[in-house]
Design a binder for this molecule. Structure first.
Ligand SMILES: [Zn+2]
Length: 199
């Protein structure tokens, strides 16, 4: 599930880029926006936006979906919002909202992307790479994650003003931050200042 060098490039409030690896494909969809207050971060507006997300995801090789439609974008946002609430519920020990389980299960019921071997020995995705197959692959990843051994390692970033969700697949299981470069570093700076204020 985890590979070195995977992750999404996000930006700090100051505009500094940093790598955020949420640890699972399904969680990579979450920073694209969301319901309620998260709507201001929405980046999935047009079919090209969903294609761009697929290209930046941890799927290998990056899939290039054919013929994405506005309906695929609507479905992607619905799946994303359901995954966000399910991951939040899991991270905070709350029951899973039944309507969100239905959304994920319906997406997972469609055929997923099919891996294929090319003549030169490389891996590719069998055509057609549809939006439905892409979202099924994401939903199936969520089923695996939420029913698997790391489900209890789904956490929200430890910074009070950061709502990024990740799964800690490290052996010690002590990951607290979305990224050391962003929230981890801010925390270190604050802890350092607090120590100096006490002196
Ligand atoms: Zn954070």
């Amino acid at each position: 599930m985890h590979a070195v060098g995977t992750g999404l490039t996000l930006r700090t409030p100051e505009g500094m880029p940093y790598l955020f690896d949420p640890g699972a494909l399904c969680l990579e969809l979450l920073p694209t926006g969301g319901p309620g207050a998260f709507a201001r971060w929405e980046v999935l507006h047009r079919p090209e936006d969903l294609a761009a997300w697929a290209a930046r995801s941890r799927l290998t090789p990056p899939p290039a979906p054919d013929g994405l439609t506005d309906a695929d974008v609507t479905a992607a946002r619905a799946l994303r919002n359901a995954l966000l609430r399910l991951a939040q519920a899991r991270a905070h020990g709350r029951p899973a909202p039944p309507a969100d389980l239905e959304t994920v299960n319906a997406a997972a019921a469609a055929p997923p992307l099919a891996p294929a071997l090319a003549g030169d020995g490389t891996r590719r995705w069998a055509a057609p790479v549809t939006g439905e197959a892409l979202l099924s692959t994401v939903a199936r990843d969520a089923v695996d994650l939420l029913s698997g051994p790391h489900a209890d390692r789904i956490r929200e970033c430890g910074a009070g003003d950061c709502f990024l969700l990740f799964v800690d697949t490290s052996r010690p299981g002590r990951r607290r931050w979305c990224s050391m470069r962003n929230c981890g570093n801010r925390h270190k700076v604050r802890a350092h200042r607090a120590r100096h204020d006490e002196e």
